[in-house]
Design a protein around this ligand. Structure first.
Ligand code: HEM
Length: 476
């Protein structure tokens, strides 16, 4: 490396020293086939139903209590039959699951609450070779260079949105962030810019997507989904609204197929129309629909709430917020403070707080060898709050990540291995641009000095009051 490239690195690394550490090693991975007995770690002394309820509604209190009382590895008793989950937050266990052979530890997203909506065969819900086929097809569309071209569009969407905010009146940031991420998705995935003309298939689709997203946040829909787990078809209101969405989506797909310029367009739908799998096959309309809907649902609320959380944290940590604004306003960020702030935001408030794999063979998880077919959950939240990895873990310190790349098995808001979030580069680009635009153009205050609690919605963890802010001033 040239001395020119190395020079700025030194002070950054020093600044981060002592803010990131290491965990002591712990055994993990497929257990040797020596007939040794398997067993499960201890569970909190609560009835099954109460465990499930507490875990669904108050996951944070539940997992922190369990780790305090039981250690790094504990059992979570499910409500159904003998269903048992084992929860861990040790980076060596995470590594063993992320690097496992796919057939030995398939992802639990195949059992996701999104399954009845996006079907069993989308990149999110498929497992095994089928999953790899879809992933290979989609991966190039989300590569760093591919998302680079969205930067301008993201900045414009952010600016349009910021222009609408009231000065001096409290409002919730989370829905405002969702408006931006919806614009980005409609443009990036479907090539739909702004508000399309009434009566066009694009106009119908935009309205339908909005409806589905609004519905997915309603408690009754979540309950229906929870009760519908394991099935392949949606129920109730979700089914009605999805029918409407499907009609619009198929109308856009067929209009796009017929459009003379579709092979010149750069949006994901147009590219997928012509994409071929390794076996030289094209996606059917149904497959296209499932993939596109997966991308919309996986990418919208997650990115929006991640941004909302980062501001919720920043506004309660004035020194970090001030440094961010200075950097954003000077247009010079030699230490990578914006990126570090996003990393710290996602560390302290991972929007998806837990992910899992089902081990198909007996698996070593620290002191325990759990039986085949156990679902092993990785608590991202607990991992990110280990004080051996992140000293003073409840403090919000972007400096931890200055001059230091987040660790593959110690910072996992996007999961990892062959199931790592496909949209991670896009989500990072969105957060970088939107965070900078907001920090550059606005002065925000928290109307309430206390931290917002976390609320669980489907698989996500979101700020309970929507990240309320007051904008005291705005520049052009
Ligand atoms: C801050 C925003 C986001 C967060 C925190 C997030 C988080 C995650 C997590 C934790 C997983 C599961 C990984 C695992 O089990 O190892 C995942 C998977 C996935 N995400 Fe994201 N995501 C975000 C944004 C996006 C965006 C913008 C898109 C696309 C537009 C997207 C598409 C997907 C897809 C398709 C998968 C399934 C990948 C597979 O199973 O191969 N996500 N995401």
């Amino acid at each position: 490396m040239s001395s020119h490239a190395a020079a700025p690195e030194a002070p950054r690394a020093i600044e981060a020293d002592g803010l990131v550490g290491e965990a002591p090693p712990s055994p993990a991975g497929p257990a040797p086939d020596d007939g040794a007995p398997t067993g499960l770690p201890p569970a909190l002394p609560l009835p099954r139903a109460l465990q499930t309820l507490r875990f669904s509604i108050r996951q944070i209190e539940f997992v922190f209590r369990a780790r305090r009382e039981l250690g790094d590895v504990f059992q979570l008793r499910g409500i159904v039959g003998d269903d048992v989950d084992v929860v861990t937050s040790h980076p060596d266990h995470v590594r063993s699951l992320f690097t496992a052979k796919p057939e030995e530890a398939p992802s639990l997203t195949g059992e996701s609450p999104l399954r009845p909506i996006v079907g069993p065969n989308s990149v999110l819900t498929a497992i095994g070779p089928r999953h790899m086929r879809q992933r290979k097809l989609l991966l190039p569309l989300f590569h760093g260079d591919a998302v680079q071209r969205y930067t301008q569009m993201i900045a414009e969407a952010a600016d349009r949105e910021i222009d609408r905010w009231p000065v001096g009146t409290p409002f919730k940031l989370a829905p405002r962030m969702q408006a931006i991420t919806l614009d980005v998705i409609m443009s990036g995935i479907f090539g739909i810019e702004g508000d399309p003309a009434r009566g066009t298939p694009e106009h119908g689709l935009r309205r339908a997507v909005r409806r589905v997203l609004a519905l997915s946040t309603r408690p009754e829909a979540q309950l229906a989904e929870l009760l519908n787990l394991g099935r392949d078809e949606p129920v109730g209101l979700t089914r009605v609204v999805l029918g409407f969405l499907d009609r619009s989506l198929y109308a856009v797909i067929s209009a796009r197929r017929a459009a003379p310029d579709h092979d010149e367009r750069r949006d994901i739908l147009s590219i997928l129309l012509d994409a071929e799998t390794e076996d030289g096959e094209r996606l059917t309309d149904r497959e296209l629909r499932d993939e596109l809907l997966t991308l919309v649902l996986a990418g919208h609320e997650t990115t929006a709430n991640s941004l909302a959380w980062t501001f919720e944290r920043l506004l309660r940590h004035p020194a970090a917020y001030e440094r961010l604004r200075d950097v954003a306003r000077s247009d010079d960020d030699p230490d990578g403070y914006i990126e570090a702030t996003i990393h710290e935001g996602m560390r302290s408030r991972p929007v998806i707080p837990i992910i899992g794999r089902r081990v198909r063979v007996p698996w070593r998880v620290g002191d325990y060898t759990v039986p085949a077919e156990t679902s092993v959950l990785m608590s991202i939240l607990l991992l990110h709050h280990r004080d051996d990895l992140y000293p003073d873990p409840f403090a919000f310190r972007p400096e931890r990540f200055i001059g230091r790349k987040p660790g593959t098995y110690t910072w996992i808001p996007f999961g990892g291995g062959i199931r790592r979030c496909l949209g991670a580069a896009l989500a990072m680009a969105e957060q970088r641009v939107v965070l900078r635009e907001i920090a550059r153009r606005t002065d925000l205050l928290a109307p309430d000095p206390y931290p917002e609690r976390a609320r669980h919605r489907n698989v996500t963890m979101i700020p309970s009051a929507g990240a309320r802010v007051v904008m005291s001033s705005r520049t052009a």
